[in-house]
Design a protein around this ligand. Structure first.
Ligand SMILES: Nc1ncnc2c1ncn2[C@@H]1O[C@H](COP(=O)(O)OP(=O)(O)OP(=O)(O)O)[C@@H](O)[C@H]1O
Length: 503
């Protein structure tokens, strides 16, 4: 014969007692509502109804364990992204994709993505079970105008705080971090809207690799070795107490492949790119939070560093960022947050930069991106036209390349034109010949200006354009235009103009 207790114990695995009680709760609630309804209240003494209510509350509290709720904000007090929030979001996406779906969830598919993506929605409970602990996640504040109001609430039974804080959450964060470092994970390109905007990202699909990059082969080899040494030196950086970061300065005219080199570095290392456009509205404070909101294993890129804003320390910190603010980002205290960080600055003319910025420890490696060399041309021709070995037009092209300055971007533009290999290469010859002609014309212009006793040369013209507050890059393009054979320069008119300006 079974006792009642034994019978109950044998049935226990099949019933969740608390759930059973939870399902009975509506009946008890109904009982209390009846007791408290005005009609019943009129007919039973208040002492009796109070007693029934307190009994009900006691009964309910016997079976319900107090809950603890953790709040995980998207952005903390420093207004920078909270990694636990990002990790939690990724965990919940995987959870609802792989296991039971909540009652409401989002589904979307963008562009050429192979599969549709599932995501959680606001105010919807998502249940996770970890080592028998029931964890209730809820997203809130996503519809708010202020994105620092978005947060997760994670509720669970009191008493499991340590387990959740010491095992569950760290596990989620670890999985998130290693998924970000996974070789198969696509590289992301982050950019920001305005100085206060948040980083938003797209999948970086730039197929550039070092093999495709036309640059001095020794320099390329040195760079790859340097990157390998950098990522393999975690212990060394730790032992000597240095931040695990490295700065690269890429300098050279527009179109010589600075952006392409950054793409090759990111694809090689599988590091995300943070593309920072510095504007005068960005303050030192902004720079600090920008740095804090980037993740490990990333490349922070500041292109055309000489054009973003006049860098000097005369400006006050509240106006816009200062040189010392930037130096702080690069090697000051703030740069010690995080690991495996690369900073890349690009410029047209490195002589324009403050020497303080170029010091080793700040910009550790300086890479000169030059005009197209003969080797560079051969590599581009092999990339674009799949020419292996020699071609009968190469001799002529190589001869012309020795005399003129053309960027790899210009050669790439020619090689992309339609037609068979011979037609395209003949196009390259014509292009280079025109450039050679342009060079002669520019020399002639210089000579005429000199003869007209105008103390200005080609560089002087560029200087004039700069005085007119044209940006450096634009001025470089103007210089290129003046040098190009396509420019039909009215030399006399130009002379008169300069005389009038008394340059
Ligand atoms: N060194 C190079 N090797 C191979 N392709 C190159 C190289 N330089 C330029 N290109 C080609 O020209 C295009 C433009 O070059 P890229 O934007 O990398 O130059 P850049 O120096 O960064 O120019 P800018 O300073 O104007 O941004 C590239 O997409 C690539 O196709």
């Amino acid at each position: 014969m079974f006792t009642f207790r034994e019978m109950f114990a044998s049935l226990a695995p099949f019933f969740n007692f608390r759930e059973m009680l939870a399902s009975l709760a509506p009946f008890f609630t109904a009982a209390v509502v009846i007791v408290l309804s005005p009609f019943v209240k009129e007919h039973i003494p208040s002492a009796v109804s109070d007693y029934l209510v307190s009994m009900y509350e006691k009964w309910v509290s016997r079976f319900s364990t107090p809950q603890v709720t953790l709040v995980i904000e998207e952005k903390g007090d420093l207004k920078v992204r909270n990694q636990i929030y990002d990790a939690a979001r990724a965990h919940l996406r995987t959870l609802i994709t792989k296991s039971t779906k909540p009652k409401r969830f989002k589904v979307s598919k963008v562009g050429r993505q192979n599969e549709s993506a599932i995501d959680i929605v606001e105010n919807e409970d998502v249940i996770d079970i970890f080592e028998g602990i029931r964890l209730n996640w809820k997203l809130d504040g996503e519809d708010s105008d202020n994105d620092s109001d978005t947060y997760f609430e994670l509720s669970f039974d009191k008493g499991f705080e340590n387990k959740v804080l010491e095992s569950y959450i760290p596990g989620i964060v670890d999985r998130y971090e290693s998924s970000q470092n996974d070789d198969n994970v696509a590289v992301k390109l982050y950019s920001r809207d305005g100085s206060y905007g948040d980083w938003s990202h797209v999948i970086f699909k730039h197929p550039f690799t070092f093999e495709k990059l036309a640059m001095d082969s020794k320099q390329k080899e040195m760079l790859i070795k340097d990157l390998n040494r950098f990522i393999g030196r975690k212990d060394l950086y730790e032992n000597v107490g240095k931040a695990w970061k490295r700065g690269y300065l890429l300098y050279g005219p527009p179109g010589t492949g600075k952006s392409s080199l950054i793409a090759a570095m990111a694809n090689y290392l599988k590091f995300n790119i943070y593309d920072l456009k510095l504007s005068g509205r960005c303050t030192d404070e902004d720079l600090r939070s920008i740095l804090l909101s980037t993740t490990n294993r990333s490349i922070l890129v500041i292109e055309d560093i000489d054009c973003g804003a006049e860098l000097d320390d005369q400006r006050t910190e509240s106006d816009s960022f200062t040189l010392s603010g930037l130096l702080n980002i690069i090697d000051g205290l703030w740069s010690n947050c995080g690991q495996e960080r690369i900073i890349v600055l690009t410029t047209y003319d490195k002589d324009k930069l403050d020497p303080a910025l170029l010091r080793p420890g700040r910009m550790d490696v300086h890479v000169h991106m030059s005009y197209c060399t003969i080797d560079g041309f051969e590599l581009l021709a092999s990339n674009y036209l799949q020419i292996e070995g020699d071609h009968h037009l190469y001799r002529q092209i190589k001869g012309l390349l020795k005399n003129v300055e053309v960027t790899p971007a210009e050669i790439a533009g020619e090689l992309l034109k339609s037609g068979g290999t011979d037609v395209v290469l003949r196009g390259v010859v014509e292009f280079l010949e025109q450039r050679e002609l342009g060079k002669a014309k520019a020399a002639e212009l210089k000579e005429l200006l000199k003869r007209a006793d105008i103390d200005v040369d080609a560089e002087g013209i560029v200087k004039f354009l700069k005085q007119k507050k044209l940006e450096n890059v634009k001025a470089a393009k103007a210089e290129q235009l003046l040098n190009s054979g396509d420019t039909d320069v009215d030399v006399e008119g130009l002379c008169q103009n300069f005389q009038a300006k008394k340059i």
